[in-house]
Design a protein around this ligand. Sequence first.
Ligand SMILES: O=C(O)CCC(=O)C(=O)O
Length: 301
Amino acid sequence: VNETVSGGDLRERGFTVARGLLEPDEIERCVQKLEALSGRNRASYAPSRSRLLPGGLSDAWTLPDGVSRVRELWPLITNPRLIAAVRSLLGNEARYLQHSDLHVGYSAVTWHRDCVNRRFGRGGDWDESGAPYRLVRVGIYLQSYEESRFALRLVPGSHRAANAESRARRRIERRQALVSQALGLLAGRDPLADHSVALATDPGDAILFDPRVLHAGSPISGPKFSIFLAYGVPDRHFARHAAYYRHLRRELRYADLDADLVAHLRSAGLYAELEGNRPGGGAYQPSLMQRWLGRYLRPSA
Ligand SMILES: O=C(O)CCC(=O)C(=O)O
């Protein structure tokens, strides 16, 4: 890993980058697997083709909890370089958290959070009394910026309850409201452009972020292959998050982990023994419009 991840950045800004986490042969294996699963290949996303689809309406493919579901991807969960990066951020107690995604030709272009309570400051995700929030989502990108024109946008500090009353903070939360975003998309302007950074990646780079941080994919043109997974320290935040995806987000069809995966995780010291903690009130559920905006709109760059 060329650039070491920074615990300070994760705490203060809500994200940190591990460049070159995967080796070229690992990248190639992952892309080939995603091509086989999705039925789309790199050539499907050649720029000339996207130009024929103005607005890029949906050539996208996604598989919620794809990393847990696809046996050939399990070695990624226990990849020694990834685990070293995660442990350097969260400590040796870090375990695999069942919240994963596979993306082909898909960019999550609307601003959102990945946590349970997505209204800033409200609900258990934001209550760190007695249990600091120690969960991390890992986005592994398998193509270059030049190929895809993709960069992950993030709003630094939007995962922290500190400064909740500041005017800038209130403005950010107003601008990520669905209506502002829909108007922004129609007008072709990003309502959070002044408050965010955009991280371009090279194949094998990983962005590790606090699930509470506001983030959005950029419009893309060209192939995009990415794999998202998560880790955390098993405590009440971890248990709520796991239960939320497993039991509350029914449309994503999470299932119990395969017994072979449990054994694989146990042997790597990454299996979390969970007590059935439920997310409680205020858990985010997407509206129909949000699902449509988030999933089916793929404007070309
Ligand atoms: O488009 C992307 O790569 C970002 C994905 C994302 O934000 C998510 O899965 O939560």
